[in-house]
Design a protein around this ligand. Structure first.
Ligand SMILES: [Zn+2]
Length: 125
């Protein structure tokens, strides 16, 4: 499994005012244990993908999971958009379902090729 690994952080000069730095996202606080590795950080208006240690309340074990979120950006009026998801005002990680981990990690060119959106298949209900 090959992934693009970014050393350090791509938020501008690690400046929390241009986006929410993935290294600063520690919510949900009752589940987040520690940051293992930021795999992708596309900067303001982009997304971050990271490995974090996660306290799985269901089985009581701490495990390494894949997490992602939109980084947010500085709005024209100077307000910091905190990206997504945000819970109770805190930037939060979205935990990627284990079934999707390999699909996300198998991309090797996140930062050089931004693909077109896939044509979505509409499912009739
Ligand atoms: Zn940073």
């Amino acid at each position: 499994m090959s992934v693009v690994k970014i050393k350090g952080c791509k938020c501008l000069s690690h400046n929390p005012r241009t986006m929410v730095c993935p290294y600063d996202v520690k919510s949900p606080q009752n589940r987040f244990v520690s940051m293992e590795e930021v795999i992708v950080n596309n900067g303001p208006q982009g997304f971050s993908l990271a490995r974090i240690m996660w306290d799985d309340a269901a089985d009581g074990k701490v495990e390494k999971v894949l997490a992602m979120r939109w980084n947010g950006y500085l709005e024209s009026d100077g307000h910091l958009n905190k990206g997504h998801p945000v819970t109770r005002g805190y930037p939060t990680w979205f935990i990627v379902p284990v079934e999707l981990e390999e699909a996300l990690l198998s991309h090797k060119d996140y930062l050089v090729n931004i693909p077109q959106r896939l044509d979505m298949v509409v499912v009739n209900k």
